[in-house]
Unconditional design. Structure first.
Length: 441
């Protein structure tokens, strides 16, 4: 069978055809591009690529570099330093607006030029400009999974017309947001914006944010999960400048646009998406790109705020095996143990108290236990123990490693129900954890 996905994406390309808008002309190097180019690329979190249209066309990354350079600054300089220099509040203004906090001059967020110039200075960190640009180029290359280069021609043409960015950089220098030469910051920032990419590269970069920082194809951990969470939060609130609220309510995913016509979007845990089409709307965002994202979001239910289908019960089955003192209540759990699911398990035990002396939590079908789920499960085990119920755990895949329920109690751990049945029914609580067949006598 041929995958229907490329056919679907082609249909989206055709359905979003629109010749309105205009190519950015304030950067002369951009004015000459073919306005009819249009491409969409998707990359799933497990590294599968679907891509249609002009996905081999190279264009300069422009503002789509901002979230990644912000991530690099966070990674290299730490959260405290970066948050001290750049705020995370939506400005509601255009990308090149002078949006600085009153009195301090702190840029409102890292997605507008003021904040991006400051983020570039944080990466520069007193080094030579070439070194900062190289570390950014190399970061973007690892994210894309191939060596990217700076289009020096576009950079030079923007540099000659960078009055606005020079003004912002001088203002930032005046407020001592950074101590470097403002011209050097502008030049480095403009070269950062001139790294050339295709939509396939951008989808790969976006997907690396979708996976919590792991490049889905090379497997390299490029950003920590904390950095990714911060970057995605700022993209969600500020990534689309003065259209950020409209974008979040209609498309509903963290995104970033650039004046060359690229847009990336990230569905955390699932997908990186990129679109390219150079005609821009009044916000400096690709007209066809916005249409494509809107369509993908609607068709594919990508909106993050869509109420999820009611989570199916994590308690798959409750049953009692054996009789008398050997009777055992088994709670078969399934899925992911987040707060809500763990609350459901606790409620099941509170509302319908366990009447046998022993209770088994069967985690065989549990996929993942978040730290909140672990804490809640262990607390429940500890409290049941205090009430006189001996809890054991069936955990073949070690979803709950080294369980210490507190109150001086550690539940026995078995690999399967058979292992439980073969063991002594009244073996009692252990002070040391034991696993699987080692619990047999
Ligand atoms: N290099 C461009 C600028 O600073 C990037 C702006 C953008 O893509 N929105 O003006």
């Amino acid at each position: 069978m041929r995958s229907p996905l490329p056919d679907y994406l082609t249909e989206v390309l055709d359905g979003c055809a629109d010749t309105s808008g205009a190519v950015a002309d304030y950067i002369p190097g951009l004015a000459g591009v073919d306005p009819d180019r249009f491409a969409i690329s998707l990359l799933t979190a497990d590294g599968t690529s679907y891509s249609v249209g002009d996905d081999e066309t190279e264009f300069t990354i422009q503002s789509v570099s901002k979230p990644f350079v912000y991530g690099l600054a966070l990674q290299e300089r730490g959260f405290e330093k970066v948050l001290d220099v750049i705020d995370v509040e939506p400005s509601g203004e255009a990308f090149n607006e002078v949006s600085l906090e009153r009195n301090t001059g702190r840029p409102l967020n890292p997605m507008i030029n003021a904040g991006a110039l400051a983020a570039h200075a944080l990466v520069l960190n007193g080094r030579r400009s070439e070194q900062a640009v190289e570390s950014i180029r190399s970061l973007l290359s690892s994210l894309a999974g191939r060596e990217l280069v700076v289009d020096e021609e576009v950079a030079a043409s923007e540099l000659e017309n960078s009055y606005r960015n020079v003004a912002i950089a001088n203002l930032l220098r005046g407020y001592e947001v950074f101590e470097d030469d403002p011209d050097e910051i502008v030049e480095g920032y403009i070269r950062q914006c001139s790294v050339t990419v295709t939509t396939k590269d951008l989808a790969m970069m976006a997907a690396t944010l979708a996976t919590g920082g792991i490049q889905p194809v090379t497997g390299e951990q490029i950003f920590s999960r904390d950095v990714v969470r911060q970057v995605l939060s700022v993209m969600a609130t500020c990534g689309m400048y003065d259209a950020a609220g409209d974008w979040l309510s209609t498309v509903g995913i963290p995104a970033k646009s650039g004046v060359s016509g690229g847009i990336i979007g990230i569905l955390p845990g699932q997908l990186g998406i990129a679109a390219y089409s150079p005609r821009l709307d009044e916000h400096g965002t690709s007209v066809q790109g916005v249409a494509a994202f809107g369509r993908l979001s609607r068709d594919m239910n990508l909106h993050l705020m869509d109420a999820p289908m009611l989570a199916h019960s994590v308690l798959r089955r409750r049953r009692v095996v054996g009789e008398g003192d050997a009777a055992l209540t088994i709670l078969e759990l399934q899925g992911d143990l987040n707060f809500t699911n763990s609350e459901g398990i606790i409620r099941a035990v509170v509302d319908e108290p366990v009447e046998t002396k022993r209770l088994a939590l069967d985690l065989s079908l549990v996929r993942a236990i978040l730290s909140v789920g672990r804490r809640m499960l262990l607390e429940m085990i500890g409290r049941l123990h205090l009430d006189g119920t001996e809890v054991i755990v069936i955990d073949p895949d070690e979803r709950l490693p080294d369980p210490d329920a507190g109150y001086g109690f550690r539940p026995r751990v078995y690999g399967s129900l058979e292992d439980v049945e073969e063991s002594q029914p009244d073996a009692g609580a252990q002070t040391e954890p034991e696993r699987g067949h080692s619990a047999r006598k």
